[in-house]
Design a protein around this ligand. Structure first.
Ligand SMILES: [Zn+2]
Length: 130
């Protein structure tokens, strides 16, 4: 394993962007099992090539900047996805309302009948059925 350590010394290594590229390539590979498009195969190969190029790159600063750009784009999407997963998971036990004042999501336990719901952010009150 020492040769690998030596080889990777001063090289950038794996980051979220490389992981993302590999994940997308795997998804495209699976998709292409059905579509069998040569263009998609080239694209997948290109993505894998780019992710390996980035891992072995010695231009650490540039790779870091690329990853930061990627995270600026990806993190809000990821947060939204996580929020939706959280909502879906608690849909059986809770009901969600949108505050008419500030548009914030408010979670209320189900089965409590008619309620006056007060928004914890803007203090607006409204009626809802849970
Ligand atoms: Zn509000």
């Amino acid at each position: 394993m020492n040769w690998l350590k030596k080889f990777m010394y001063g090289r950038y290594g794996v980051d979220q962007l490389s992981n993302g590229l590999i994940l997308v390539s795997i998804l495209l590979l699976i998709l292409n099992l059905f579509l069998k498009l040569p263009a998609l195969r080239y694209l997948t190969t290109l993505l894998i090539f780019i992710s390996y190029y980035r891992m072995f790159s010695k231009n650490i600063n540039k790779r870091y900047q690329e990853n930061m750009k990627f995270l600026n784009w990806w993190n809000p999407i990821k947060a939204k996805l996580n929020k939706n997963v959280y909502k879906l998971k608690s849909l059986k036990t809770h009901k969600f309302f949108k505050c008419p004042g500030c548009n914030r999501d408010i979670r209320v336990p189900r089965g409590k009948g008619r309620l006056i719901i007060r928004c914890p952010k803007c203090n607006e009150s409204f009626e809802g059925r849970s």
